[in-house]
Design a protein around this ligand. Structure first.
Ligand code: ADP
Ligand code: GLC
Length: 477
């Protein structure tokens, strides 16, 4: 099988730098694609943590002026796979978070410009058949390819991990982007009177993917498309929904070193020691009733305001909650207030803690994901793999990956969790009540756990689909 060389460009990649699911997916893709004849090289910015991890890496290219700053390209490895790091200290050597700076347009235009240059063969020893850009931070790369005067244009794919984040900027940045005037057009980078990075990428890419089939359909509607629904609808022949998988090297209860007690679907009794550890960590009363968990950004998207409303009822029904997350200040405060109202029943940890997220999946009984929209969602997949039963809103990837424990699914023995309709107090409270009732029937509950653990949440099929798409675009099919 001939190898296809793909440059995958993103603003984060696990395990080097992560704020959310994007990093997990970008980190997992090289392994997912390798069996299908695709060699993936990942390009990410040289944030301080990344720079420290690749210390001593070889410089393989230099830019004297990349969007107005000096930059170097470093060659390293991420796991078994090649990694390129864009070392541009003026843009990325910042002590704070990854995003939210006044010059984000310049930082991520530079990342995209670098990716387009590399994919076009600027660095002598690096040759790529296709460029795959993730989210708005990388989405200008296909636009730079489109407006370059290279004789042969490298094909490109843009993946939308969340259409709510679009990289919209004032029109005054346009002259700084280094694009021809013609690019400021309705089918170019212009977006509602400003500049739209994601929009520009979606117009320029040869194919658009998003991270579940249901989300691919949803973003054609104005309720989910966030202003881009018209573009998605127009380009629908080129839009593909490919669901995310999970990386079994990172998420496997049989080998997870973050768990005090490791287990398999056949030995679920061993989860108990993990549950005791969760109770301890979150100051919960010891008990055999269900522990619900949340591992999430605390935002409107994730339906966290609605969950807050349901907590008194959850506790009144005998449930407990262990929450790990951070986000909007008013939501953090609301969860802390609920914990103060229900000592021993609700435990809240505000922050980001990767090992603790593994312990929660391995020790809690059910994970709550009442998202208003969810392109794919990964925590329900981790929940399935860990026997932490997902309770999810029927939207996006949540709809595609969890089988609701309705009568038909129970009779057929295929249920893996609980789904509820559009996020609201009544729908979510009803799902919580259904889960608590099912938990009271241990055989039924164990069956749901086991079905989830045996479900296919691997990258096998999705890796094949990405590879097929790449091949169709490069003529290698
Ligand atoms: P999104 O990317 O929209 O936030 P996903 O479900 O796709 O949602 O991915 C979230 C990722 O971030 C998962 O790997 C999840 O375990 C992780 N995560 C979210 N919040 C926390 C936290 N507070 N601590 C540790 N991991 C977290
Ligand atoms: C985004 C989405 C999430 C998805 C993740 C990885 O962060 O919000 O639903 O799972 O990207 O694709």
């Amino acid at each position: 099988m001939p190898t296809l060389n793909v440059l995958s460009v993103a603003s984060e990649a696990f395990p080097l730098v992560k704020t959310g699911g994007l990093a997990d997916v970008v980190g997992a893709l090289p392994d997912a694609l390798a069996p299908h004849g695709v060699a993936t090289t990942t390009l990410i910015p040289g944030y301080p943590a990344v720079g420290a991890a690749v210390k001593g890496a070889k410089v393989v290219h230099r830019w004297a002026d990349l969007m107005g700053v000096e930059a170097r390209l470093l060659s390293a490895r991420i796991g078994e796979h090649p990694l390129l790091v864009l070392d541009a200290p003026a843009l990325f050597a910042r002590p704070g978070g990854l995003y939210g700076y006044g010059d984000d347009w310049q930082r991520f235009a530079a990342l995209s410009r670098a990716a387009a240059d590399i994919a076009s063969g600027t660095a002598p020893k690096l040759r790529f058949d296709l460029l795959h850009a993730h989210d708005w931070q990388a989405a200008m790369a296909p636009a730079y390819l489109r407006y370059s005067d290279a004789a042969k244009r490298t094909p490109s794919v843009v993946t939308v991990h969340n259409i709510a984040f679009q990289g919209r900027f004032d029109t005054t940045i346009f002259p700084e982007l280094g694009l021809p005037d013609a690019a400021y057009a309705l089918d170019g980078v212009e977006y509602y009177g400003g500049v739209g990075f994601l929009k520009a990428g979606l117009e320029a890419a040869d194919a658009i993917t998003t991270v579940s089939p249901t989300y691919a359909a949803e973003i054609r509607e104005d309720r989910f498309g966030m202003g881009l629904e018209g573009l998605i609808e127009t380009r629908r022949e080129r839009v593909h929904g490919i669901v995310n998988g999970i990386d079994p090297a990172v998420w496997n209860p049989e080998s997870d070193t973050a768990l005090p007690s490791r287990y398999t679907a056949r030995a679920l009794g061993r989860r108990k020691a993990n549950k005791r550890a969760v109770e301890k960590m979150f100051g919960l009363d010891r008990g055999d009733g269900p522990i619900f968990t949340v591992i999430s950004r605390l935002t409107w998207q994730k339906g966290m305001d609605v969950l807050v409303q349901c907590l008194d009822e959850l506790v009144a029904l005998g449930g407990r909650l262990a929450l790990l997350g951070s986000g909007d200040a008013h939501l953090e405060a609301a969860f802390l207030a609920a914990a103060a109202r229900h000592p021993g029943r609700i435990g809240v940890r505000i922050g980001y803690d990767e090992p603790l997220s593994h312990l929660l999946q391995g020790g809690a009984d059910a994970i709550l994901i009442p998202s208003r929209f969810e392109p794919c969602g990964l925590t329900q997949l981790y929940g399935l793999a860990y026997g932490c039963v997902p309770i999810v809103a029927r939207t996006g990837g949540l709809a595609d990956t969890v089988i609701d424990a309705n009568e038909a699914a129970l009779a057929a023995g295929v249920a893996t969790g609980f789904q509820h309709g559009e996020t609201g107090y009544h729908t979510l409270a009803h799902a919580i009540r259904r889960a608590i009732a099912a938990y009271a029937r241990p055989d039924l509950w164990c069956g749901i756990q086991r079905n989830g653990m045996r479900a296919d949440f691997s990258w096998a099929e999705s890796g094949r689909r990405y590879a097929e798409l790449y091949k169709s675009l490069t003529g290698a099919a």
